[in-house]
Design a protein around this ligand. Structure first.
Ligand code: TRH
Length: 377
């Protein structure tokens, strides 16, 4: 018997689309697969609309795909205990409005309160996952960490994802995006990265290569390199071929279509947290551009992941380190790096599939979170 009926999720958009991307996925899954009534409080509806175009940026409250979405404007609201959900999640340690916390403290029993943390492959996570932290007025907060082992909360994954991928027809999807038969027949690479990635050098290597490459870039991504290569403004719909490389600029697609793009490509460059996880579920080789942090903390996180994932893929690891400015040595020869990576592509595909099975065994984050919540009541 399900102990919980309602769940509130608080999301602050710090940067880009990953914060809302993750919260939106989780909220939908909790409604669809677990029958919870979910309210998503989010402070930036414009970012939300980029990944989910039906969102109304002017609405204080709206129902989207079964999730109640509330515009979280400030910290001033007054809340009653009746408004408080059975489970409350703060994403990435955001400060829930004090009025809401007051109302939580008046509830009997108290709601189950989680801080849902960011994803990292570092070992310390296992020691912190599920730890509790006493809060004033009889409240307790628990840390919940996504992760890559069975001692963490696992990764977000919808139950129907594998089936959807199985039924997916890549050629039809790619021609809907405007790709020509020649581009569909080429090695297809999706490119999603931060502005500091060495894209121009990679384009140069691809251009000079022997095998045709179709690089699919969402509008606004790697904008300088795309403009330099295409000689135009790099708007959606731009397609330019030089040498062996065709660069095609795609519109920023709704979140479910981004999954399909990953499934359809032979290699995916991804970034942040959410696209990084989706690339893993795509079962295709990928290169991760990690979100940069002060004092190169992200390099440590990148190495921790590569150690788990790419032990048997030295060229993929090397390429990923250099893509992130974490490689050893002087100037990078991207032609040689690409040739080494391409030579490893069979092993990288096998590894991507095996990794997927390994991750499946850890359960999915939403299910793991609810099972843990049930032990707290
Ligand atoms: O956009 P990101 O860089 O987001 C984040 C945030 O910056 C966040 O503050 C930080 O904490 C985190 O990275 C590590 O990258 P991410 O996480 O991959 O999120 C991108 C989202 O955008 C993901 O949900 C997929 C979605 N997306 C689309 O819906 N359509 C598209 O066309 C593309 C390219 C992405």
């Amino acid at each position: 018997m399900m102990k919980f009926r309602r769940l509130d999720l608080f999301c602050r958009v710090v940067d880009n689309y990953g914060d809302i991307g993750i919260c939106w996925r989780l909220a939908k899954q909790l409604v669809r697969e677990h029958g919870l009534a979910v309210t998503l409080y989010v402070d930036d509806l414009a970012s939300f609309r980029r990944i989910c175009p039906v969102v109304d940026v002017a609405a204080e409250r709206q129902l989207v795909d079964g999730v109640t979405v509330r515009h979280w404007r400030d910290q001033d609201g007054v809340y009653t205990p009746a408004e408080v959900a059975d489970i409350v999640i703060e994403f990435f340690a955001v400060d829930i409005p004090p009025g809401y916390v007051d109302a939580m403290a008046q509830c009997e029993p108290r709601p189950v309160w989680f801080n849902l943390e960011g994803l990292t492959a570092e070992e310390w996570v296992e020691g912190c996952h599920r730890l509790s932290s006493m809060q004033p007025r009889g409240l307790t907060k628990h840390f919940f960490f996504p992760g890559f082992t069975d001692k963490t909360g696992g990764l977000l994954r919808e139950a129907e994802l594998a089936q959807q991928r199985l039924q997916f027809e890549p050629a039809a999807f790619l021609s809907q995006l405007g790709l020509t038969p020649a581009e569909i027949a080429a090695t297809k690479v999706s490119l999603f990265c931060y502005p500091h990635a060495p894209v121009a050098a990679l384009f140069d290597a691809w251009r000079q290569g022997d095998a045709p490459i179709a690089c699919l870039v969402p509008e606004g991504v790697a904008a300088d390199a795309v403009r330099a290569f295409t000689g135009g403004d790099g708007g959606a719909g731009t397609v330019v071929t030089r040498g062996a490389l065709t660069v095609r600029v795609l519109p920023f697609v709704p979140q479910p279509d981004y999954d399909k793009l990953l499934w359809a490509c032979d290699l995916n460059f991804v970034r942040g947290e959410d696209s990084f996880v989706r690339a893993q579920w795509a079962g295709k080789p990928f290169i991760w551009h990690i979100y940069p942090q002060d004092e190169n903390l992200h390099h440590k996180k990148l190495r921790a992941f590569l150690q788990r994932y790419a032990g048997e893929l030295p060229h993929l690891a090397d390429f990923a380190l250099r893509w992130n400015g974490a490689g050893n040595g002087a100037a990078d020869d991207w032609r040689a790096l690409w040739a080494a990576l391409a030579a490893e592509s069979g092993a990288a595909t096998t590894r991507a599939e095996a990794w997927q099975q390994q991750m499946l065994a850890n359960g999915d984050l939403a299910g793991n979170l609810l099972s843990f919540a049930a032990t707290l009541r």
